[in-house]
Design a binder for this molecule. Sequence first.
Ligand SMILES: Cc1ncc(COP(=O)(O)O)c(C=O)c1O
Length: 336
Amino acid sequence: MSSLDALPRLPLVNAPTPLQPAVRLSTVLGTEIWFKRDDLTGVGLGGNKVRALEYLIADALRDGCDSLVTGAGPQSNWAMLAAVTARRHGLAPHLVYYGTPVEPLGNHALAELAGADIRFTGSTERTSVDAGIEALTRDLRARGKRPYALPRGGATPLGSVGYLRASSELADQLYENGLKPESVWLATGSCGTQAGLVAGARLWDASYRVTGVSVSRPVTECVARVTELAHEAGRLVGLTGTGADDVAVLDGLVGSGYGRASTAGAEAARLVARTEGVFLDPVFGAKAMAVLVDRVRAGRQRGPVVFLVSGGAPTLFASPGTPLAPTPSHSAERQP
Ligand SMILES: Cc1ncc(COP(=O)(O)O)c(C=O)c1O
């Protein structure tokens, strides 16, 4: 028995988001593909992170917090959505970005529009954000504020419960459509979304395998993070075995590194735009789709497949044809 409904949650998502057959794309690939449209979650310009924020913002309000501190890179969908969601619920948003000040485009522009307090760490190391979040949280506390701190990507067990819940929404839609997918595919960064889907698949006894395409971290690191977050998220809802012992993560870095558009990704995004009129973001969705197309064409992935369209539209307008993030050092490159 799950205690999913016992956890405090703010209903932010326009649920259910559509589950749509990608008819023309399926014809081109010769494999049945469906889209779960979480680019249409309905806060900001939509995206997967809104599902995590339903639980995280509820937790912040329950703790009596008055502000939210998180961070990432200037083009982080997570940071922008955390800021606008915080605004909607009366929390003052503070964002810590790695690097030095850059022209506000894409998500950075939207976070500024929402009036977030934005600071740069001065270092291109993505991990500098973690120390920056800690320091700013301490500073706000010293000034009598009640900040709620969240890590890059919001990848916490509580945040992962968002996709545990989404799995129930998906299960209903699969039933309504008489659909038994082989696999649910998604782009994986900080791993919270995949963890929720893995735990949810177990909770609702799904027939499908969850396949993540890592766009930032080495595959082994992702597998470990997804496994742990899935166990912990499952525990939060009273689930003992999460089935997260056989987590599938594929390498989606496709040459270019995190935060940068890739040739294969751009080609996959063009295919999807021209067949389905759906825009995949260059950092996450396009790279995951590139790996899916490759696998399908190589006869290594059968249908039906459900592909999570996870949002990220603002990065389409971030910086056309040029890197979407500051040039990272090698060690920092692979961490969202
Ligand atoms: C558009 C988009 N898709 C996918 C992901 C990956 O989600 P996660 O970080 O939970 O692995 C992110 C993360 O920021 C994202 O912004």
